[in-house]
Design a protein around this ligand. Sequence first.
Ligand SMILES: [Zn+2]
Length: 263
Amino acid sequence: MIHIKKHSNHDSYKDDSYAFNKSQPRKKNHKDYYMNSNLTNDHFRTVKAGTLNVCIIVLPGAKVDRNSTDNQSIVPNRVKRDIAAANKIWKQYEKNRLIQGVTFTITRSVVFLENISGIVSNAENFPIGGSSHLTMVQAMLKTGRKVCQNADVYVFYMNGNRFGPVNFDYSSTLAVTYNSFPLIIMTNASTDEYLLAHELGHFMFITNRFNETDDPEPFHELDGNHNRTPSNLMFPTPEFWPIVPEITSEQIHKALNSRVFYS
Ligand SMILES: [Zn+2]
């Protein structure tokens, strides 16, 4: 069963247990390298750098800032901006030298001009709850795998200004990351350039190889997936972020323990 955990402006989907889909094709050539470490057991070493392969699917009506002459395979400007922001923030430098970090690459980006059969294009109409929700998610993953053979996560940009209905507290969900599926959904209201970086953070925490999925400084005992500092990238809402949100070296270290980097 898929169920939603509601809070302020953006959110992640929570499922009771994370079960990575084993049928998901895994990439082989990450070119990750290991930190010098005294640890004798390689198994527990944390990689210093990892590459996450992102598949981008843009559905009709998503505002992604395309040039009218673009063909469907050209990465739209908003997507370029969001991926650039993720690449900027998930890295730690010291005196211009990379200490550790994640690189996000777009394996492929496709803009769909027509509705895809079985998939709603407007996130406001997304079927929340029940079997139709799961059916929709599976249809999206199927499309994602057709578009990209070697992606770690599928990011759908959708029409609509929120995901699903308005929440009970009149807030709305701007973007979601699923717990049990490598799927992120961005709506037209997820305009902050660091919001995709936030959702990718959820994905990397959720896929922790030791199943330690909480943020290093959890927001709340009922919400360990967010950070408690308002200016931090992983705070539950973007409203207190400075122009560039903050991130800690512990968060980057945790992200580098996503099982994606150890396949
Ligand atoms: Zn979140």
